[in-house]
Write a protein that binds this ligand. Structure first.
Ligand SMILES: Cc1cc2nc3c(=O)[nH]c(=O)nc-3n(C[C@H](O)[C@H](O)[C@H](O)COP(=O)(O)O)c2cc1C
Length: 387
């Protein structure tokens, strides 16, 4: 069986013919390359976070407070990084978290399509945001054999929410991820300073503008009067009224696996479980919404409360080593946001695929050299707290 670390060897072998890697091999390198290409206002929108950005920086730094115990003579020459999720086997424990502006992060302005192509090429599933440049059906058509998940920002128009879910089912998405932490936009000083927000400029609203329910609410079509359609979007986005009492309605929307994104407290896990959800998605939105604590610090409590239920995790993952630590702390699958987003900017689907290959090769080597053959062998006992 091939190891993901073979990617490593491939780079050295290409080097013998003078060929260097087509893209940077680290998160920092990819972020720097993207910074050279992106419009500065959009760059700030993606790179920035809530408040003083202490939470988003802490997300990444907190991984360094964990170390991995090396185990010797463990026979880990061949690794198995497959995971089981909702009755399917995935070749890797990674997934791409939803990025609502990824559509405009690529020069083609079809970044969502590039993400779907990266998923098809890598086998790494993508969670596709409600906020897309291309309608969800067009994106699903590019996913190849890799399942995709649809992320719902629940609009305050319930018929519209139902329409989005029906469309996602018809387009073949494998699950619905409801994001709970963004019923209002966080305090984001970088964006406030620019007084700019992509969606209010009419960008990444293709799912709304193509939706029969949304269109039925307008006097003039979005093509005729995009300004009024954009205001209509702003009025329907977000759902301050959503509460635990609405969970039966959300659950009743679909028979597909239903996950709640943004759950960080064990009591919320228990309520979600009682409400019949299929998976928990532990995340603090990459530190973009509200100041909290490093997301990885929430993971052990969430995993314990979830018991047998799958737990997806994201926020602050920047390397293959971080992926291994999140798995050891109990994540079923580990999500990345900005790392693949920068890859899309730098090289479209190929750039994101490259970033995924780098993370997987590093995770695979970190496991193998430290003596862990399978993800099941990674537990909290594999980790040591470092000052
Ligand atoms: C520019 C940007 C846009 C995002 N848009 C969405 C979105 O539309 N829906 C959502 O649930 N999360 C969204 N997120 C949050 C990500 O899904 C994910 O939780 C976060 O990026 C993970 O942190 P990381 O960037 O440190 O890896 C967005 C993140 C970024 C950076």
């Amino acid at each position: 069986m091939a190891n993901f670390s073979d990617f490593n060897l491939g780079i050295y072998l290409s080097g013998l013919s003078g060929v260097k890697p087509p893209f940077p091999v680290t998160y920092e390198g990819m972020a720097a390359a993207a910074a050279e290409k992106l419009d500065p206002v959009l760059l700030d929108y993606v790179a920035g976070g809530a408040g003083d950005e202490y939470t988003q920086n802490g997300n990444s730094e907190a991984f360094r407070r964990w170390g991995i115990y090396p185990r010797m003579l463990a026979g880990a020459a061949e690794r198995d990084l497959t995971i089981e999720l909702f009755g399917r086997t995935y070749p890797t424990p990674l997934f791409m978290a939803p990025i609502g502006v990824v559509g405009i992060m690529h020069e083609s302005q079809h970044g969502d399509i590039e993400v779907a192509r990266a998923a098809a090429a890598s086998g790494v599933p993508a969670v596709i945001s409600t906020l897309m440049q291309d309608p969800m059906e067009d994106v699903a058509a590019e996913l190849g054999d890799t399942p995709g998940f649809y992320q719902l920002y629940t609009p305050n128009d319930r018929e519209l929410a139902e329409s989005f879910v029906r469309r996602a089912e018809a387009a073949g998405y494998a699950g619905i991820v409801v994001t709970l932490d963004t019923w209002s936009l966080g305090w984001r000083p970088r964006d406030l300073q620019h007084a700019a927000m992509p969606q209010l400029q009419g960008k990444c609203l293709a799912n709304y503008f193509s939706d029969p329910v949304f269109r039925s609410r307008l006097e003039k079509s979005p093509e005729e009067d995009p300004g009024t359609a954009t205001i209509a979007w702003a009025l329907t986005f977000g759902s301050p009224a959503l509460s635990w009492d609405d969970l039966p309605w959300l659950r009743g929307l679909t028979d597909l696996p239903l996950l709640l994104k943004g759950i960080c407290h064990p009591d919320d896990v228990r309520r979600a479980k009682d409400g019949g959800v299929d998976g928990i998605y532990c995340s603090n939105h990459g530190g973009r919404q509200a100041a909290s604590a490093p997301a990885i610090d929430f993971l052990p409590g969430v995993v314990a409360a979830a018991d047998e239920m799958p737990v997806l995790f994201d926020s602050g993952v920047r390397s293959g080593v971080d992926v291994v630590k999140a798995l050891a702390l109990g994540a079923t699958a580990v999500g990345i946001g900005r790392p693949y987003g920068w890859g899309i900017t730098v090289g479209g689907a190929a750039g994101a695929h490259h970033m995924l290959q780098c993370l997987l090769a590093e995770a695979d080597l970190t496991m193998g050299l430290n003596g862990y053959r399978t993800i099941a062998e990674l537990t909290t006992e594999s980790l040591v707290r470092t000052p």
